[in-house]
Design a protein around this ligand. Structure first.
Ligand SMILES: *[C@@H]1O[C@H](CO)[C@@H](O)[C@H](O)[C@H]1NC(C)=O
Ligand SMILES: *[C@@H]1O[C@H](CO)[C@@H](O)[C@H](O)[C@H]1NC(C)=O
Length: 486
């Protein structure tokens, strides 16, 4: 379905000039190393935060104009500002994951010779095949952005700039603001995005160094993009608290995981006692990394069927839920500075438009992590299930809303688009906001409407806007000091 999608212009309904530019741009993109075919696996939809963007977004903008078709926005509105919160693109595994993979690989290589045999069904010995297969991951990779990740960002830039040609016009480029987490993969993602914009402006010509571009330059701000590191209540009560992730640990030893462990032990012909949920999970992730980074379906994928994959997806979601989502209030409250920052940008644009001044920052790009997006979406009330995700309700949560692979795949993005409108009846100025998640309209969490008056949106979130202050929220409760007084 997505055959060759990386090299075909997607702007099927765009004006001819845009089409021509997109064609040129995609021709030049084709000369880069880009997979022509998207290799798919039935496991692809269960990779959680390691999901490829195109797996979470199968009908990836065959028509990039679609989100603007909202009749309400088409007739009397023009976009005046875009605030985009973007997760970095596809990345290498972290050194911790690579270490665990080596451990598992070593385990397979150490199997006794007597254990090497064809499996009962007469198939090949998968364990031996995996043991003989060299690991191509190295320590230096440690979570860095891969070439596919740069491509994710360039293509996102090309799609967003054809979706909002005015906001991303060359003239507005010097007013573009780019803020990023200090992590290498985020900084690199910002650079790749700017290079994608360059392709949009100068189809066919090689992009210069980001420092020499008129857009940007990137500014690092970890307080904003990695707020979780700066929130003492979160780091103490959740991040470095062994009991906070109780349900994750309990699920690792629960019946669903035991079943997977036994199956995998039999397939790999290793004693089940040598395996644990962490090692199984890293094998599963290796399938996802090989697919996302190299575009190959590796034999690590053959270890699992979709039932196993669903259990491993739940394990990943449980962790996100308790560490980044609704599990603890502080997870989302720690993001309120970012939430307020977004609304300050929107406020400023509204004020400037009201005074008929040019908007000083038509485009604001913020590069962060899944850990940046999930708390913010939770703060806003998205993907909230009636019951919490626990170690004991795997079955009941089969159809849960909180599926991180659908929400925060690589390159996931949450867009706030501010529109300036003329009311058709009164011809008064109005401001409206539409949100897009991964380039699809995200209806308001509280009304299901696809567009909101800016004032209504602010009114709905007034408690957070007025009374959520990270300095207060992130303070640790006062110890009761009775022992000090002795
Ligand atoms: C720059 O962005 C503003 C929106 O803030 C828009 O009104 C204006 O038309 C854009 N400039 C160009 C040249 O498109
Ligand atoms: C760790 O988490 C548990 C469960 O939420 C909580 O009861 C406990 O107070 C936390 N410990 C610390 C040191 O915050």
């Amino acid at each position: 379905m997505l055959r060759g999608s990386g090299c075909l212009p997607r702007a099927s309904l765009a004006p001819a000039a845009v089409l021509a530019a997109a064609l040129l741009a995609s021709l030049s993109r084709c000369s880069l190393l880009e997979p022509q075919d998207l290799v798919v696996s039935p496991l692809s939809q269960y990779f959680g935060t390691k999901t490829r963007y195109e797996d979470a977004n199968p009908g990836l903008l065959p028509d990039p104009e679609a989100p603007r078709r909202d009749p309400e926005l088409l007739e009397n509105c023009t976009p005046v500002q875009l605030v985009a919160l973007i997760r970095h693109g596809t990345r290498y595994p972290t050194s911790k994951q690579i270490r665990k993979l080596r451990q598992l690989h070593g385990l397979l290589q150490a199997r006794g010779p007597g254990e090497h045999r064809a499996d009962a069904a007469g198939g090949r010995d998968l364990g031996a095949a995996l043991a003989d297969r060299p690991l191509w991951y190295a320590d230096w990779m440690d979570g860095q952005l891969v070439e596919k990740g740069r491509q994710d960002m360039r293509q996102l830039a090309l799609r967003l700039s054809s979706l909002f040609p005015g906001l991303f016009s060359r003239e507005n480029c010097s007013r573009l603001q780019l803020v990023t987490s200090s992590k290498h993969r985020c900084v690199e993602s910002g650079d790749a995005f700017l290079k994608g914009l360059w392709q949009h402006y100068h189809p066919g010509s090689p992009a210069p160094d980001v420092a020499d571009m008129e857009c940007g330059p990137p500014r690092i701000n970890d307080k904003l993009m990695r707020f979780f590191d700066h929130c003492e209540k979160f780091t103490t009560e959740v991040e470095s608290n062994n009991t906070a992730l109780y349900h994750v640990e309990a699920f690792k030893t629960g019946p669903e995981m035991q079943k997977v462990l036994k199956k995998v032990a039999a397939i790999l012909q290793v004693p089940v006692n040598n395996l644990n949920a962490d090692l199984i999970q890293v094998a599963f992730f290796t399938c996802s990394f090989d697919l996302a980074i190299k575009g190959v379906k590796s034999p690590w994928c053959d270890v699992f069927d979709t039932d196993d994959a669903k259990v491993l997806e739940y394990l990943n979601d449980l962790k996100q839920y308790w560490k980044r989502g609704y599990g603890y209030a502080i997870n989302s409250r720690s993001s309120c500075t970012l939430f307020q920052d977004i609304f300050q940008h929107l406020d400023k644009a509204v004020e400037q438009k009201k005074r008929s001044q040019p908007v000083s920052s038509p485009v604001i790009l913020q590069f962060g992590h899944a850990e940046t997006l999930l708390p913010l979406l939770s703060l806003m009330g998205y993907f909230k299930d009636k019951e919490p995700l626990t170690a004991y309700n795997y079955k009941e949560q089969m159809h849960r809303k909180f599926r991180s692979g659908h929400i925060v795949p690589y390159a996931s993005n949450l867009l706030f688009v501010l529109y300036h409108c003329k009311n058709a009846k009164t011809s008064e100025d109005e401001f409206r906001v539409q949100m897009l998640l991964n380039e699809k309209v995200l209806p308001l969490a509280y009304s299901q409407e696809t567009v909101s008056l800016y004032d209504d949106l602010k009114n709905h979130y007034k408690d957070i806007l007025q009374s959520c202050h990270a300095s207060e929220e992130c303070k640790l409760p006062k110890m009761n000091n009775t022992s000090d007084e002795l």
